[in-house]
Design a protein around this ligand. Structure first.
Ligand SMILES: [Zn+2]
Length: 275
C-alpha cells in the first residue's frame, strides 16, 4: 500500500490497495487512521468493474448498472478493508438510524430503510452510498462505537447528525465530547445552490448562505455536530466537492444518471488494523 497526501498538510490522505491485480484507490482521514480500533475508507469512482456512466466502482444498487457489477465492486471494497461483511441500508433521506449489536447483523441481510448505522461490533463494515450527499463518520474511541451517517440537505433539515449523536449517547453510553467526526467528500459551498431554499430550509440555515442561493452544508454539519456536544476541534472535513471532482467521485448534480461511491467505517478487533 502506498500513501501520498492529496495536498501538502492535508488531513485527507489518498491510499491505494491492489485487489485482483487492480489498484483500488481510497482516502482516509489521518486522525481516524491513527485510531487502533477503527478502520475506514472513502472510496472513489475508480478501481471497479462497472461501465459508463457508472465507471467504475459504483455501489448504487438502485441505479441501472448491472447487479453483478455492483456486487463485484462491493466485494472489492470488502477485501480492501478486510471486513467480515458489509452492512448497508435502503437510504431514504430520513432521520432514521439503525444500531447493530453483536450477533444482530442477520436482521440487516435485507436492507432496511434508514440513513445511519451504528455498531460496537468488530468486523462489520458500515456502508454509506453517496453522490453529493455527505457521509459522516462518528467514532467514539473510549466506548469503541462507530456510526456512519448519510446526510444530504434533507438530512440536514431533519438534523440526522444530532439524532445520531443522541442515539450513540442513549444506546451505547457515548459522551459526545469523546467523539471524533469526519465529513467526507460531498457538495461544497462552491456548488451548493438551492434556489428554492425559502421553501425547503428553516430560517436558521441562512447563517450558512455564502452567496445568493448558495449554502455551505459542510459548515452546517459542523454546527449541528457542535450543537449535539461534539467538540469542534474533533470534527474533520475532507473539503472535497463531489460536483467539482467528477474525475474522482460520482456527482448526481454534476452528472444526473450516475453511480454512487462508498464510505465505509468499521470497528476492528483491539490492536488490529490494516496499515
Ligand atoms: Zn463544487
Amino acid at each position: 500500500m502506498t500513501t501520498s497526501p492529496t495536498v501538502p498538510g492535508s488531513t485527507f490522505v489518498r491510499k491505494d490497495c491492489v485487489v485482483d491485480g487492480r489498484s483500488v484507490p481510497f482516502f482516509r482521514f489521518a486522525r481516524l487512521q491513527a485510531q487502533p480500533t477503527l478502520s475506514h475508507g472513502v472510496f472513489t469512482r475508480r478501481g471497479g468493474v462497472s461501465r459508463p456512466p457508472f465507471r467504475s466502482l459504483n455501489v448504487g444498487s438502485r441505479t441501472s448498472d448491472r447487479p453483478s457489477s455492483v456486487r463485484a465492486n462491493l466485494e472489492r471494497i470488502r477485501r480492501v478493508l478486510g471486513a467480515g461483511e458489509l452492512i448497508f441500508l435502503e437510504q431514504a433521506h430520513s432521520r432514521e438510524l439503525v444500531s447493530i449489536r453483536r450477533g444482530e447483523a442477520d436482521r440487516l441481510r435485507e436492507p432496511v430503510e434508514a440513513d445511519g448505522l451504528i455498531t460496537d461490533t468488530p468486523g462489520l463494515g458500515l456502508v454509506i452510498k453517496q453522490a453529493d450527499c455527505q457521509a459522516v463518520i462518528l467514532f467514539d474511541p473510549v466506548r469503541r462505537v462507530v456510526a456512519n451517517v448519510h446526510c444530504g440537505w434533507r438530512g440536514s433539515v431533519a438534523n440526522i447528525l444530532g439524532a445520531a449523536v443522541e442515539r450513540m449517547k442513549r444506546e451505547f453510553g457515548c459522551s459526545p465530547g469523546d467523539l471524533l467526526a469526519a465529513v467526507g467528500p460531498s457538495l461544497g459551498p462552491c456548488c451548493g445552490e438551492f434556489k428554492g431554499y425559502k421553501e425547503i430550509f428553516p430560517r436558521a440555515f441562512r447563517a450558512f448562505m455564502v452567496r445568493p442561493d448558495h449554502f455551505d452544508l459542510w459548515a452546517l454539519s459542523g454546527a449541528q455536530l457542535a450543537a449535539a456536544g461534539v467538540n469542534p476541534s474533533s470534527v474533520m472535513f475532507a473539503r472535497v466537492c463531489t460536483r467539482c471532482r467528477t474525475d474522482l467521485f460520482f456527482s448526481y448534480r454534476g452528472e444526473g444518471d450516475t453511480g454512487r461511491f462508498a464510505t465505509v467505517a468499521m470497528i476492528t478487533d483491539f490492536g488490529f488494523r490494516i496499515s
